[in-house]
Write a protein that binds this ligand. Structure first.
Ligand code: SF4
Length: 385
């Protein structure tokens, strides 16, 4: 059963989940789910000094403790009081698959029992951009036709703590595996639509970026959205993260078919929201474009893409579709991909073809969720011609 409800404020007919619950698996208040403000308020309610909240924040989000007992600089009596009313949920690594290219796909079991996936993508270049892709929801409600996660439907929102904890647990695993590369880049492109879990996302960004938390600068984080238009400018104001937009089509006709969210907010509205995204400290918005043979990969598409983005600080990530048995789509030929990229570049727009990473372990884009229990994708409606 999902927590899907509707929000009247943003006038969407799409299923938008209720706020993630801050109750832990034991039914008590889950301290890991609380942002700084809520944690400070909770500590104040118990009549404790504000610095106690800071100590607890550091224990949970920097050191990754799994129990109140481990918070050794809190008095025993305070810990005993905490035990009565609160708990700390923990996410654990359930399985790791390692690709021949070094990519590591994690199945992480949340304290509440469901599996989410995260993917570590090491970078061997001098730049050393070691990226972790994390999830924001268990499943997803948005039903993009090329995406395996969509097959799960939306099971529930992750809490802020569950979003942020993915970094801690993957870091621990990398250390245990003797992998020396540090994670220095984070992308919210895993399972789920991050902006549909907005409050938890913003709190998680603070946990992940705080010096006494994950210590990854928000400028090294990218949130990817399929186009929840009202929340795009809001994200820009509330955080310092970068924006990626999963565009994938150049006409509403095609986007309506492959991304149902387009029926609620069309391409013009989506690009309008991108224009309202504050840019001074950010350089460019990334537009992701999954290339589907015969669907969105024509020369006309390439030219339209340039026209659509001409007045935006944009770069384009071209992602040749990662074929899988549950999808009717196929990857365009190398020639078609190169032709598409050439047309875009020749018209002055940056366009990169993303090298598939971890495709031998189904860790590539759009492939998350294959191993998750409850996946019901067996066949997709064919929209490709
Ligand atoms: S592509 Fe993203 S938004 Fe679309 S169904 Fe998959 S996880 Fe959800």
């Amino acid at each position: 059963m999902t927590e899907a409800t509707q929000t009247a404020d943003e006038g969407t007919s799409l299923a938008v989940p209720a706020k993630s619950s801050n109750r832990g698996p034991g039914g008590k208040l889950d301290l890991r789910a609380l942002g700084r403000v809520e944690l400070a308020a909770f500590v104040a309610e118990l009549g404790e000094k504000p610095f106690r909240a800071k100590q607890m924040f550091r224990w949970m989000h920097q050191r990754g403790v799994r129990s109140l007992d481990e918070m050794t600089d809190l008095s025993k009596s305070f810990r005993a009081r905490l035990e009565e009313v609160a708990e700390i949920s923990s996410t654990e690594v359930s399985a790791v698959e390692v690709s021949k290219d070094g990519t590591r796909k994690y199945a992480l079991r949340t304290g509440r029992g469901q599996i989410v996936e995260a993917v570590f993508i090491p970078d061997a270049s001098a730049e050393g951009r070691n990226t972790l892709c994390i999830s924001s929801q268990v499943g997803c409600a948005l039903d993009c036709q090329f995406c395996l996660t969509a097959a799960l439907g939306l099971i529930r929102n992750l809490t802020a703590g569950e979003i942020a904890e993915q970094l801690l647990r993957v870091r621990e695993d990398l250390k245990e595996a003797g992998e020396e590369r540090n994670i220095n880049n984070l992308v919210m492109m895993g399972m789920g639509e991050p902006l549909q879990n907005y409050d938890a996302l913003v709190r998680a960004i603070d946990m992940l970026s705080a010096e006494d938390g994950g210590a990854i600068s928000a400028r090294r984080m990218t949130v990817s959205t399929s186009g929840l238009v009202p929340r795009i400018p809001r994200l820009g104001k509330d955080t310092k993260v970068n924006l990626a937009v999963s565009l994938n089509a150049t006409t509403d006709e095609v986007r309506d078919q492959i991304m149902p969210i387009n029926k609620r907010w069309n391409i013009a509205q989506l690009l309008g929201a991108c224009r309202d995204f504050p840019m001074p400290e950010r350089r460019r918005i990334t537009f992701e474009y999954v290339l589907l043979a015969g669907v969105n990969d024509t020369e006309d598409d390439a030219r339209r893409l340039v026209r659509l983005l001409h007045d935006l600080p944009a770069k384009v990530n071209l992602i040749p579709f990662n074929e899988h048995p549950y999808s009717p789509f196929s990857r365009p030929s190398d020639r078609a991909i190169a032709r598409f990229q050439r047309i875009v570049i020749d018209r002055g727009l940056s366009a990169f073809v993303r090298t598939p990473r971890g495709d031998d372990i189904s860790a590539a884009c759009g492939q998350l969720g294959v191993a998750v229990e409850g996946s019901k994708r067996t066949a997709l409606p064919i929209v490709a011609s």
